[in-house]
Write a protein that binds this ligand. Structure first.
Ligand SMILES: [Zn+2]
Ligand SMILES: [Zn+2]
Length: 323
């Protein structure tokens, strides 16, 4: 194979890209999101998500092989099996919370999404918030600096998938209330979030985004159009060359940063291997390496799935008034 052909088969090493090679797929995201709400059995997913037996077995198998789920006997000594989140799978929880938060703010298609989060630890209807573990300030995308980390370099291009992006529909057939709403259209694809991530490290022009991600031009053009259609990006005249347009994040696009950041940290923690993270992040307000934490905006405690209950939309359940 020629050097040029080999280069075409690589993408820039990125923890976001590695995370998406595992969970950047509509069904995998929905399976994980519902696992956080307690779903463990094959039939509960099949009925609840309206997913075919073949697709469900394939996705569960892949999540087991990648280390996110473990297949275990439902009860000691029983043949019936169920799936449990491993520590690696459980560590996707902050991303699931940030996806829920994003869809709460921006999605018009949240018919089936739970409308409120009750933090049982403090009793408040809370909004999960991303803060810097060192200084405990909320993280703003414009206050994060990036530099190449020890694992910077190129990764082999992941193999193509049979499923096409165009078949993804946000809530078709879903009977379970899932944490993942409209954003699944963006995240349920391994390229779109990478294109979005390129904007947070400062890319604006087509060539910059292409250089940053190394994604094929036809895929890149398609994903830029999708992100623009969904209102996360907008076109504007170039700053240096006004006749050539460039892309910019809209407020909605900026607000996807916590999702990208939690994905990146998950990839750093579980998929970077011995080489270490490809990208180092510094939180400018405190000068420390950025370690993002998802906390309750009322009490400041880190959110744990065992201390969180989701409510259906329009439910009038509120925490009991204090005596
Ligand atoms: Zn900080
Ligand atoms: Zn709380």
């Amino acid at each position: 194979m020629s050097v040029a052909a080999q280069r075409r088969r690589t993408i820039r090493a990125s923890s976001v890209a590695r995370a998406l090679a595992i969970i950047g797929d509509r069904w995998s995201l929905l399976i994980l999101a519902t696992a956080f709400q307690g779903v463990r059995r094959f039939d509960d997913w099949r009925r609840g998500l309206g997913v075919s037996t073949n697709v469900l077995s394939e996705r569960l198998g892949r999540l087991v092989r990648s280390g996110c789920l473990a297949r275990v006997p439902a009860h000691a000594g029983q043949r019936r099996q169920e799936y449990r989140l491993t520590p690696m799978g459980a560590a996707i929880y902050p991303t699931a919370l940030m996806i829920w938060r994003f869809d709460r703010h921006w999605s018009r298609q949240r018919r089936l999404q739970p409308g409120a989060l009750l933090h049982t630890r403090c009793g408040a209807l809370a909004m999960p918030t991303l803060i810097c573990a060192a200084c405990r300030r909320p993280v703003d995308a414009r206050e994060v600096r990036y530099e190449a980390g020890p694992g910077a370099g190129l990764d082999r291009m992941p193999p193509p998938r049979a499923q096409r992006r165009s078949t993804v529909r946000p809530d078709a057939g879903t009977a379970l209330a899932t944490l993942v709403g409209e954003l699944v259209t963006i995240l349920g694809d391994r390229w779109t979030p990478q294109v979005l991530a390129a904007f947070f490290v400062g890319a604006h022009r087509y060539e910059e985004i292409r250089r940053e991600t190394r994604i094929a031009t036809n895929l890149l053009a398609d994903r830029l159009r999708l992100l623009t259609e969904h209102g996360l990006l907008e076109q504007r005249p170039g700053r240096e060359l006004p006749h050539r347009h460039e892309y910019a994040l809209t407020p909605k696009g900026m607000d996807a940063y916590p999702v990208i950041l939690t994905l990146l940290k998950w990839g750093d923690r579980w998929l970077a291997g011995r080489a270490g993270p490809p990208l180092l992040l510094q939180h400018q307000p405190c000068g420390k390496a950025l370690d993002p934490l998802v906390v309750c905006d009322c009490c400041g405690a880190e959110l744990d799935p065992h201390e969180v209950t989701f409510r259906r939309p329009r439910s009038r359940l509120r925490p009991a008034p204090s005596p």
